[in-house]
Ligand binder design. Structure first.
Ligand code: G6P
Length: 369
């Protein structure tokens, strides 16, 4: 096992550090930047189904569901296709309206999650075209779906999903870009720009990982907290959910993720000097709004950990700590903002002496309903 961990203390840390390579493996051979082309057999062979779909329904569980939420923002923004994201476990218990004009995308690292499988079977019965995004080659879900694309993240051993999440977002971004190009919702110049931006994400993740020691210091400071709040907007709202889930899963600290602006409708009541609030405040679309959210937290004495674009001085002045990530086009910022949140939860769990790779009560794949 020590050999498999490749010098890292835990599989989770190894897998966090594998993300630059995993994402490169995900897009390699598919994204041809020079030619301005994305080749994905599962999509190419079924392009009409995607283009004629009146909407895309995404089903998944856990971290994969969060990847689906990020994909919702990316698909709608780039390809202008309406997307709904459902918990697979809820989907089939509410007589869902789905038919042959819908495309269902099922996301699953293991490809074995029982609830996701059941949602796929129901969608197929109703005539929908079902596309799988799985990591495990030959898994049950990859065989049950009509077509699919593997994430190629390599084996993920840590129960808390890390590289599966970022590679799922990568595959879904490739699909969204491909459809956007085919539909003409983005022009060739923008398409090319997005390909170039995606191509350099692995290098930017490597850069983001350099904050590891700093993140460890932040973990040391807040590891005894009973609660954490995670806030984000737009593309980074699902990252806030994922950051909170990571902390819950491995450190057993209660954490909630919220869209930053929803804070005033409830969570703000919880904020006092005991409450660390992780705020994703990258310098993009909703930056000014997020900064005013930060001011609201500060005036209630909450402790602020800002995830910011490098060079940001504004949030630095307000926050107790900032963790920088490289700048990127907004749609791909989740691939970067996720990294410090993974490391923060990892270090807190290690400091609290928890079993990081095999947290209590959790399983890597849930094959029962
Ligand atoms: C379990 C795992 C999670 C995972 C979820 C969905 O709860 O502990 O890490 O996100 O199942 O798994 P899947 O294999 O379908 O992505």
């Amino acid at each position: 096992e020590q050999i498999e961990k490749n010098g890292f203390d835990h599989f989770m840390l190894k897998e966090i550090y594998e993300q630059p390579k995993a994402i490169t493996d995900t897009y390699r051979g598919r994204m041809l930047v020079e030619q301005g082309l994305i080749k994905m057999a599962g999509v190419d062979d079924n392009l009409e189904k995607f283009l004629n779909a009146k909407r895309i329904v995404i089903v998944a569980c856990g971290t994969s569901w969060h990847a689906g939420l990020v994909a919702e923002y990316i698909f709608e923004d780039l390809a202008r296709i309406p997307v709904e994201v459902e918990y697979a476990s809820e989907f089939r218990y509410r007589n869902p309206v789905i038919d042959k004009d819908d495309v269902l995308i099922a996301i699953s690292q293991s490809g074995e999650t029982a609830d996701t499988m059941a949602a796929i079977k129901l969608a197929k019965q109703k005539g929908a075209f079902v596309f799988g995004v799985c990591n495990v080659v030959g898994s049950s879900i990859s065989r049950e779906t009509h077509a699919g694309a593997y994430t190629h993240a390599g084996p993920e051993i840590g129960v808390a999903s890390t590289k599966a999440f970022t590679t799922q977002i990568t595959v879904l971004s490739l699909i969204a870009l491909k459809l956007a190009k085919a539909k003409g919702t983005i022009n060739n110049t923008d398409f090319h720009y997005y390909l170039q931006e995606l191509e350099i994400i692995p290098d930017k993740i490597t850069k983001a990982l350099e904050s590891n020691e700093h993140i460890k210091a932040v973990a040391e400071k807040y590891k005894e907290s009973a609660n954490f709040l995670y806030l984000g907007r737009g593309f980074n709202f699902p990252v806030a959910l994922e950051g909170a889930l990571k902390l819950k899963e491995i450190s057993y600290i209660h954490a909630e993720g919220y869209p930053a602006a929803e804070m005033k409708h409830g969570p703000i009541a919880l904020i006092d000097e005991q409450m660390p609030v992780v705020v994703i405040a990258t310098k993009k679309g909703h930056y000014d709004k997020v900064v005013s959210n930060i001011q609201e937290i500060k005036s209630r004495k909450g402790k602020i950990i800002g995830i910011v674009t490098e060079g940001d001085e504004n949030v630095r002045e307000l926050a107790d700590y900032v963790i920088e990530i490289p700048d990127s086009t907004e749609a791909f910022t989740p691939l970067l903002t996720t990294i410090p949140l993974q490391l923060l939860s990892y270090h807190i769990a290690v400091m609290l002496g928890k079993n990081v790779d095999q947290p209590r009560n959790l399983a890597k794949s849930v094959t029962v309903e």
